[in-house]
Design a protein around this ligand. Structure first.
Ligand code: FMN
Length: 134
């Protein structure tokens, strides 16, 4: 909730899930979220549309990234699972977590203890970095 927010409207709501049965249901519902079945927790990052109809997606993206960074800082593993704008995923998560209409669901973040340790790497690509002009 320290994320930057357009006009500082802070439209976010976060739903923390730790119940095993609910994590499993989310894992079954999300087509690329099978790791939820092994995860310790998940956070649904949601945005109240009437608070910020035009920038809730950007604000909730910043929230999602902050959660990923915080999890890494705690030595945990985490994965951003996209929901919005895939209506089937949004509807499934809405049903499982009782999220009301008028609230968008940007992402689920799966959180757990990482099964593998990856070497630090860079993804820096100089061809994508432009100076002064394209
Ligand atoms: C908008 C968005 C949606 C994503 N959705 C999924 C997803 O549904 N399932 C998944 O395993 N990873 C998902 N990811 C994570 C990406 O697959 C991941 O960031 C990418 O493969 C690079 O891996 P890395 O973040 O470990 O470097 C998503 C990432 C973003 C930004």
């Amino acid at each position: 909730m320290a994320a930057p927010s357009s006009r500082n409207l802070k439209p976010w709501h976060l739903v923390l899930v730790t119940r095993r049965e609910t994590l499993d249901r989310l894992g079954e519902a999300h087509p690329h979220g099978k790791m939820l079945m092994e995860a310790t927790a998940a956070i649904a990052v949601c945005g109240q549309l009437d608070i910020s109809p035009d920038f809730w997606i950007q604000d909730c993206s910043a929230v999602t990234e902050n959660i990923l960074l915080a999890a890494t800082g705690l030595g945990l593993g985490s994965v951003w699972l996209g929901c919005h704008p895939r209506e089937d995923r949004v509807a499934a998560v809405r049903g499982i977590l009782d999220i009301p209409d008028g609230v968008g669901i940007l992402s689920l973040v799966a959180i757990g203890h990482p099964a593998e340790t990856k070497e630090p790497r860079t993804q820096y690509d100089p061809s994508r970095s432009h100076r002064e002009k394209w």
